[in-house]
Design a protein around this ligand. Sequence first.
Ligand code: ATP
Length: 332
Amino acid sequence: MTAAVEFQSVSRHFGSGPNAVKAVDAVDLTIAEGSFFAMLGPSGSGKTTCLRLISGFEQPSAGAIRIFGQDVSAIPPNRRNVNTVFQDYALFPHMNVRDNVAYGLMVKGTPRALRHAKAEEMLHLVQLGGYGDRKPGQLSGGQRQRVALARALVNEPRVLLLDEPLGALDLKLREAMQDELKSLQQRLGITFVFVTHDQHEALSMADSLAVFNQGKIAQIGSPEDIYAKPRTRFVADFVGSSNILPPALTQALGGPAQWASLRPEHTRLAATGPLTGTVTALRYLGAATRVVLKSGDTEIAALVPAGDPLPDPGSTAAIAFAPQHLHLMEDK
Ligand code: ATP
C-alpha cells in the first residue's frame, strides 16, 4: 500500500523557552492512499497544526514529511497536490457559486469555457447543479459547505484536507453530510484527511483514525480497534463512554493490578455478580436505559435494553460481564 502522507518524528513548536508550546510533538504517522483518515482529539491537541503541516502553510520545527514518497520540505503549498476545505468555507461573497468553484482553475490560467465546464461538473458532483449563478449569501449552510467541497475538488487534489468541515451545521444536516462525504470519498478514491473533535463522526466515517492528546498521538488504528482496545485511559475516556476501573478494582475482579476499561454495552445487570453497587441514576436513552451503580468510589454504567426490568434507585444491584471485555490499559 502506498502512503499518501508520512510523518517521521514531526514536531512543530511555537515560541521558545519556558513558554514554548509543543503544538505537535514528535509525531509518526502514515496515511494510506485512498483512505478516509480522521484526526480526533480535544481542542488544542494539535490536529489543525498537523493539517497545516501537510498543506504546507506551516513548516515543521523538526522531522520529515513525505507526500506520495516525496519529501515536501522545499515544496510550497500550491505545488503539493493537496487542497483544504475550511470550517468557515472561506467562499468569496461577491462571486457567484460557479466562479467560486472555478477560482483555483482561473489562478492556474485555465481558459474560461473549460473552467466553467469543470465547475459545473463539480457542482453536479456535490448535487448543486443549477446553483452556479447564485451568490454564497443565497445558499443554506449545507449548500455552502458543498460549494467549498466542489471548490477544493475542482483542482483534482490527490489529498483533500478537511478541517472540521461539518462543525457549523445542525445535527440533522451534519449526519446527512457525513454520509455524503463518505460516499463521495469512496467514489473518487481520493485520500481524505478529516479533523474533528466529534468521536461519533470519526468512528463512523474513518477507515483509520489517530487520537491526539497534547500534541502527541495517543493511539492510531481502525475505529473498531480503538473502540474495542483503547491503549490508554485517555483514549478510553475520549472515545465512546467507557467504565474506567482503577487497578484495585480490576484486581478485585480477578485481573492484574492495572487500569481497565469495560464498555457499558458489554455489561448486564444480574442478581449476583462480581461487581455490586448502589443504583445512583437511571437515564432513559430510547433504545436502552443507562443504569449507574456506585461501587466504593467508582461509578459503573450498564446499558439495559428497552423492555428489560429496571432496578429501583437506591437498591443494590450487580453487574456481570464476560471476562474478555475487561480490557487492560496503560496509566496515561
Ligand atoms: P481545535 O480543535 O481547537 O482547532 P487543534 O487540536 O486543532 O484544536 P491546534 O490548532 O493544532 O489544535 O493547536 C495546538 C496548540 O498549538 C494549541 O495550544 C494552540 O494554542 C497552539 N498554536 C497553534 N498555532 C499557534 C501559533 N501560530 N502560535 C502559537 N501557538 C499556536
